[in-house]
Ligand binder design. Structure first.
Ligand code: CTP
Length: 422
């Protein structure tokens, strides 16, 4: 599915940010701000109890629009219908168990519920509550009802809740919610088609140490790998990310992060978990070579032997994680016979395009799918956007238009799930 980014759209979108009464209501301020900064026209519709956590004036100042909670304000403009009719995207963050129950029951007893009864645009609901409430059968049933009706209910993050308890129920970071909502608005689907599936992802860059303070590395941020983890988690998968060096990124809902430094460590972590996995996606930027020896203490200028070691670093080849995993799968060693997805960061040259190099790489590595992106000149590494092609082992090529890495991740999962079915 073609993906457009918010910034690529010409006319401002009407975005409604619904806010229910929970401690996490303060995070809605960052969400409102993010949409405003992207050029959207934002209307905040809180519940009465949300205003006990964040004041009306704050939402009005941040959104630049009036704020009301009841259908009896501005009756002359029929706003209980108008706000929903005009909306291009509705994001509810946080959504409480009570709000979801009211929406599931089809009630229209305040402006937010009435707006949802009218709206036909994409609706993204980000719940936040205590773990017990999230797992309560009533809430589980209500979430299922909303999902069946085409509403995207985001999985809550795991972690510290209000009070001393931890578990699933935290509101994800505002940036995660905004990225997911934009992806849904751009046409990304979040079906629950990875429920019960184990997904293993490599992300970030590896560091190959020369001595305790120096290393050979690269500028990968890990954003694409974490975006793949985010979408897989939202589609119901049990996600493990083997992460090298990354930017400060939010952990996808419920994902386990296994931190590694070198390619060898990443290799070991992947091989240990490969057998259990149904999908393995290698989005990491892996160093192909590593120093033949690593000094145990810092190499010093002024010492002849240290200067020799620093000026001529002998390198040896690292194991190929992707090729080895494919080989093990093809030899029947991996119990769940995973679908394996590789990445190719290519620049192309005067004789061969980036896409042609990727086609050769897919054959050489033997993986099922390969996401190819052109890198260099500030493209892709460390950026929030990506583009390229998804190639498959049957010769298929799907163009991935420029979009945020969450949107691209959704397309990669569409391709991986379709490949597994085929
Ligand atoms: N990869 C890997 N192990 C390595 C090198 C690469 O698993 N030692 C994976 C990467 O995570 C990626 C894919 O292989 O999914 C392609 O990586 P890339 O660096 O483009 O491939 P190379 O085999 O290193 O080829 P090139 O000579 O073009 O660098």
């Amino acid at each position: 599915m073609p993906v457009t980014s918010v910034s690529a759209s010409n006319s401002p979108r009407n975005v409604v940010v619904g806010v229910a009464g929970g401690i996490a209501a303060y995070k809605a301020c960052h969400i409102v701000r993010a949409f405003k900064e992207a050029g959207d026209n934002v209307r905040v519709v809180p519940t009465e109890s949300a205003l006990k956590f964040v004041g009306q004036a704050t939402f009005e100042a941040l959104s630049g629009n009036p704020v009301s909670t009841t259908v009896f304000d501005a009756v002359d403009s029929v706003q209980h219908v108008k706000v929903g009719q005009d909306a291009d995207l509705i994001v509810i963050a946080p959504a409480t168990a009570d709000l979801m129950a009211r929406v599931a029951a089809g009630r229209g007893d305040d402006l937010l519920a009435a707006t949802l009864l009218v709206a036909t645009c994409p609706v993204v609901v980000a719940p936040a509550m205590h773990t017990e409430m999230w797992f309560n059968p009533a809430t589980v049933e209500n979430v299922e009802k909303l999902r069946r009706r085409g509403i995207t209910v985001i999985e809550p993050a795991h972690g510290r809740l209000t009070g001393k308890d931890t578990g699933p129920g935290r509101l994800p970071d505002p940036e995660q919610i905004v990225d997911l909502a934009n992806a849904v608005h751009a046409g990304a689907r979040l079906p629950r088609d990875l429920e019960g599936k184990k997904v293993l992802i490599t992300a970030g860059g590896t560091h190959e140490h020369i001595d305790p303070v120096r290393f050979i590395g690269n500028s990968s941020s890990g954003r694409q790998g974490f975006a793949l983890g985010e979408i897989a988690a939202q589609r119901g998968a049990d996600v493990t990310i083997v992460a090298g060096s990354t930017a400060q990124l939010s952990t996808p809902a419920g994902a386990e992060i296994v931190s590694v430094v070198s390619t060898q460590e990443m290799f070991d972590a992947v091989q240990e978990r490969a057998s259990d996995s149904d999908f393995i996606v290698m989005a990491a930027a892996v160093a192909d070579f590593t120093p033949a020896s690593q000094a145990t203490s810092k190499l010093k200028k002024g010492s002849d032997s240290d200067e020799d070691a620093l000026s001529t670093i002998k390198l040896v080849e690292n194991p190929d994680i992707l090729a080895t995993t494919v080989h093990r799968r093809n030899s029947g060693e991996l119990a769940n016979n995973p679908i394996i997805v590789g990445f190719a960061a290519e620049t192309g040259d005067q004789d061969t395009s980036a896409l042609e190099y990727a086609q050769k790489k897919l054959v050489k590595k033997g993986c099922d799918l390969l996401m190819c992106n052109e890198v260099g000149k500030g493209k892709v590494f460390g950026q929030r956007h990506n583009e390229g092609w998804i190639l498959d082992a049957n010769g298929g090529v799907v163009e991935v238009e420029h979009g945020n890495k969450i949107e691209v991740a959704a397309q990669i999962w569409d391709a991986a799930v379709a490949f597994r079915k085929a």
